[in-house]
Write a protein that binds this ligand. Sequence first.
Ligand SMILES: Nc1ncnc2c1ncn2[C@@H]1O[C@H](COP(=O)(O)OP(=O)(O)OP(=O)(O)O)[C@@H](O)[C@H]1O
Ligand SMILES: [Mg+2]
Length: 332
Amino acid sequence: MSQPATTGVPVLALEGVNKSFGAVRALRDVSLELFAGEAHALAGENGAGKSTLIKTLAGVHRPDSGRVLLDGEPVVFHGPAGARDVGIAVIYQEPTLFPDLSIAENIFMGRQPRRALGRIDHKAVRTSTAALMARLGVELDPDRPARGLSIADQQIVEIAKALSFDARVLIMDEPTAALTGSETARLFSVVETLRAEGAAVLFISHRLEEIFELCQRVTVLRDGRWVASEPLAGLTQDDLVRRMVGRDLAELYPKQDSRVGETALSVRRLTREGVFRDVSFDVRRGEIVALAGLVGAGRTEVAQAVFGVDRADAGEVRVGGSALRPGSPTAA
Ligand SMILES: Nc1ncnc2c1ncn2[C@@H]1O[C@H](COP(=O)(O)OP(=O)(O)OP(=O)(O)O)[C@@H](O)[C@H]1O
Ligand SMILES: [Mg+2]
C-alpha cells in the first residue's frame, strides 16, 4: 500500500486540545493531524481518551481549550450536524438507523429529491442509493427496510449516507467490535475504496492486527496525553503496545523473583505399560512445572501415577527426599 503524503495542510487537525469531565482530564494538550488519503489509527488503552478525541472532532464535545482546524482554518462545530455539514462523518459501533424506513430513505432522510408539486421522487432516491452502493462495491437493496439489517450492513448504510454528504473525513470508533471476520474484510475494502478516492480515515480498534492491516499511520494516547504519531511501517505490535502502556512488556509481566529451592518432588523413569514410559522430572520448591503434551499424550495419566491414584509399573517418586509407597494418594 502506498504511503500517503503527510505533509502540507491536514484536512482536519486538533491543536493543543484539553477536555475535562469534572475531575477527569480526558484530553490534555492533544494534537493530531489527519491528511487526505490516509487511514490513521488512534490507539490507547481503555480510558486513554480515544472516544473523547473523536467526539471532539465530530462536534459532540467542545474543547475546553485548544483548537480544531479544518483545512488549516480554526472551526467551531455547533453540534454533530455542524461537523457533518463540512464533510466529517462518524460511524459508531452500533449505528442508529430508523428501522421502519428503507435503506434509501434512511440515506436521504429529510433531503429527498422532489418532483414537481413537491412530491418525493422515490425513483431518484432509489437510483442514487444504488449508485452509492455500487461505488462502495456492496450489494444492498435500496428498498429493504433498515429493520433486520445486520450491524455490518447498517454501518455500510451509514457510510453510504456519509458519501451522499460528500464526506471527506470518515471517523470510525471501534466499528469492527461486533463484526465477523468476513464483515470486517468487507468494511475494510469499502474504507480502502474511499481512502483511495482521497478521503481521510480515523480508525479506532483494540485489535492491533486490524490497525496494521488498514492504516498507514498511528497516533497513540495514554492517560489523555499524546504519546506518538508515526508511520506503522517499521513498527511491530510490541512497539505499539509499549507506546500504549508506557513500559516494556517485560516490565508489564515481570519475571517473578522466585527463589527456586531444593527438590520437592522427584520422578524417575516412571512407567505404566502401554500408557507412558520412562518419565522423569524434578519439581523444586517455588517452581511451577508445566506438563505439556497433546491430548492423549499421557499427561493426566502421569499426574495420576505421581500422586498415587494409579499404580505405576516401574520407576520411583520421591517427595522431599523420601520414596513414596506406590498406590497411596494419602501418602502423596
Ligand atoms: N461524558 C463523560 N463524562 C464523564 N467522564 C467521561 C465522559 N466521557 C469520557 N469520560 C472519561 O474520560 C476518560 C476517557 O474516556 P474515553 O471514552 O475517551 O476513553 P477511550 O480511550 O475511548 O476508552 P475505551 O477504549 O474504553 O473506549 C475516561 O476516564 C472516561 O471515564
Ligand atoms: Mg472509546
